[in-house]
Design a protein around this ligand. Structure first.
Ligand code: SAM
Length: 210
């Protein structure tokens, strides 16, 4: 699937726009009031949110499995002298960082891509590992109110092929179960329409192990 995203960014290196997402703006405010300095962004795309966080004083590590996306981020970060490290990386593998080295993790519309239930649990478990105690996990995923939910070809329960993209649509309960099982507490969840998709925006905090 990384070729699909390479093709998207090759034909349009600002596919998601040059402005940050409103989710990133919301999270930046929350990060600032929670003393976040170092952020891991997974599925960073061409970096609209990565560059926004970095230009607002955060140190950002960005991962994506699209080499074109990573090239675009590197070029823009270099041109603007921003504190961004980005790497080509498939986040289905264990994250390439030591334990407890980030204040926050962030992903926008990544975890609704084709991840099996086992892969989702493993990504959350890896995020938890690399977050400091009380570290924050911000993520957005498409939900059951999305206009494309149930459209396209069904791949498995909750997952549909929409024009060549395999997308998982989440219920609120699925999110709550996933984060609780992987050692996070929900701070907030809200719904937002980001043309053309409907998302849950979530902030969760790393719990201490029992
Ligand atoms: C819907 S796009 C969102 C991009 C970016 N977060 C934004 O909102 O502008 C999803 C991104 O996740 C990346 N991605 C999907 N699966 C991935 C994986 N297993 N490992 C790393 N990146 C992945 C894709 O390459 C794509 O850039």
């Amino acid at each position: 699937m990384s070729e699909v995203w390479d093709g998207v960014y090759q034909s349009d290196n600002t596919f998601f726009g040059e402005e940050p997402s409103s989710f990133a703006t919301l999270c930046l405010n929350h990060m600032k009031s929670n003393n976040v300095k170092k952020v891991l962004e997974i599925g960073a795309g061409h970096g609209r949110d990565t560059l926004f966080f970095a230009s607002n004083g955060l140190e950002v590590e960005a991962l994506d499995y699209s080499s074109i996306g990573i090239e675009i981020i590197n070029k823009k970060a270099h041109e603007n002298k921003l504190p961004v490290n980005s790497q080509l990386y498939d986040v289905k593998k264990p994250l390439p960082f030591k334990d407890a080295c980030f204040d926050a993790a962030y992903s926008h519309m990544l975890l609704n891509m084709r991840f099996s239930q086992a892969e989702l649990h493993s990504v959350f478990s890896e995020i938890r590992r690399v977050l400091r105690p009380n570290g924050l996990n911000y993520f957005s995923v498409r939900n059951h109110n999305d206009q494309f939910y149930g459209a396209g070809v069904k791949v498995e329960d909750g997952v549909y092929d929409i024009n060549g993209f395999e997308v998982r649509f989440f219920s609120e309960k699925e999110i709550l179960d996933l984060i609780a099982k992987e050692g996070f507490n929900m701070l907030w969840i809200r719904e937002e329409y980001e043309e053309p998709v409907t998302l849950y925006l979530v902030a969760a905090i790393k719990l201490k192990k029992n």
